[in-house]
Design a protein around this ligand. Sequence first.
Ligand code: 3H9
Length: 655
Amino acid sequence: MKVDIEKFGRIAVITIDRPPVNALSQALRKLIEVRLDEAAGDEAVKGVVLACAGRTFVAGADIEELGEVRPPTLHAVIDKLEALGKPSVAALHGTALGGGLELALGCTFRVANRDARLGLPEVKLGLLPGAGGTVRTTYLIGAEATLKLAGSGNMMGVEAAQGIGLVDAVFDNDLVANAIRFLSDRIDADDIPPPVRHRREAMPACDPQALESLTAELCRKARSSAPELAAQSVRNALTLSFEDAMAEERRLFETATQSDRFGALRHLFFAERAAAKPSGDVAEAEPRAVQTVAVIGAGTMGSGIAMAFANSGFDVIVRETDEAALARGMERIADTYDRSVKRGSLSAEEAGRRKARIAGTVAIADLASADLIIEAAFEDMAVKKTIFAEIDAVARQGAILATNTSYLDVNAIARSTTRPADVLGLHFFSPANVMTLLEIVRGDQTAPDVLATALKLARRLGKQPVVVGVCHGFVGNRMLQARNADLSQLILEGAKPAQIDAAFRAFGWPMGPCQMQDLAGLDIGWRNRKALGETDALPDRLCELGRLGQKAGKGWYLYDDNHKPQPDPDVDAIIAEIAEIGGIARRAVTDAEIIDRTHGPMIAEGRRILDEGIAARSSDIDVVWAHGYGFPRDLGGPMYWDDHLRESAQEKKKV
Ligand code: 3H9
């Protein structure tokens, strides 16, 4: 780690260099402070360029150190920069995020590379920007634009940033040289605006009502109240003096860093990165090149997988057994893209490019050119084995063969080929073009470079990978089964489906288990039970009565034309009847009991999964649940919740 200073005539360039992302640790802040003092004390220096070495401008405060207040604070460093008495310009490349953007706001100007991105992502950690990010930004670009940035945590491209005044100039190359020239020209023209803190008067106007509705929308989208913190601070920027608004922002920030929510979200931040990182023999292996991907099966899953790859620039071949099924799959794909265009989330040109990347075939021989073949056929071992033997006969040497099975034994599937080292599981979640989780299933014989390739692919696809071992249902579905194992019994004892779902939503889930089963189709579980020779009287009866879920207009609930679930007295009658047959006394069940009897077994299963080495780390399980099943991020994942929050939540309830 170092911070250099170099003079180019009357301009001093201060270069921050702390790989990988120049995060502002205490040690780095100290070094920056020293260089700022040097620049301030040098009479010959008339202006300062603040730049970064490596792949990015400062990506924020050091998340490891957040919550500790150790001098010099970021506030102090930014204040010093703002009070240099000489104009300064931040030269932004890569991602200027959080404390990095706040540092840049301490400069008189901001210039950027065309592909740079800016953002205030603190909300994703349950925080708000804590070093002027809401106050100075509001002065510069107005309250609404600031809240959009700080309340969503989304990054913004430089052209948009220039449009709203966050960036003063954009360059295609030679960023630092251009920044020096930019600053020199401004000095020569005597065109130096005051520091951002003194630009309150020029602040764009804002409609308080618009701020209110924007805050509500941000909270709804985030399924969290975290955006309210940024909103409160933006309102303070409008109504309080600079000093008071800054003090208040800092107080809100420091309080938030002590919260359970921050602890949970910071845990997930590092957990996600740990899960995506190759380790052991996989870290040493060279990933194989992949450009052409074949998908076997054009059903919901297969077409979703095909789109996920096409969206990331891969060439895709979709294979179906007959022309009619292929046509249906290709139509489903085209419809999905057309809907995105209609919604405005995708341009017609881009949709056209993506569609053009997907070719269809019924000839298995056409898969010979593929670097990766993913089977997304019916969930049946015999079917899968036949398909793998077929692929084995046509795939080129070195091609990777993957199964998208959600439950089945990847080792058995691998053994049906002559090359088990090239076989692994790539378990996408539905819809595969939307859901971020990818369980990468390592078979007994899967080669390290096959795994390394899968991890690299996940990154290219924008997916969150987690490497798991072979067992029935892997990490996610195995724990889901445990979570739902007591569901029928709970209902028969007296908890209504609507009460169970409401208890789950109150916990923070996007939906409860009954709603989820209705959405997926109750027949999935029914078919599984039949295959295993098992029964579950209550859902079996619903299925026998044609109550297969939302698609049938009725399941646990009754659905109106808008797919809105309504509790159904007929279901209550079925429950009462089966309870009576089983001699189950009905009683009031509390919400706490619902959470305990569903989450308890799920976490116990998670512990068994760890003991068996199916997941490498407890935090991997949290990542699976946060990305694949909507476990509330604010609670850090089931294992983290159990280890850190469950008891204190129970204590709070008692008080
Ligand atoms: C803040 O700024 C608070 C202030 O408002 C107020 C203060 C008073 N700290 O993601 P990657 C590590 S809050 C520490 O794989 P990419 C990361 O763990 C902060 N470490 O790369 C990983 O380490 P490893 C606001 C960090 O290219 C390595 O860098 N800022 C930090 O896919 C590479 O990361 C944020 O929330 C950090 N701030 O993406 C930005 N950032 O190799 C968070 C990264 O050991 N960061 N690391 O696993 C990101 O969004 C992405 O990392 C970034 C790069 C887009 C920068």
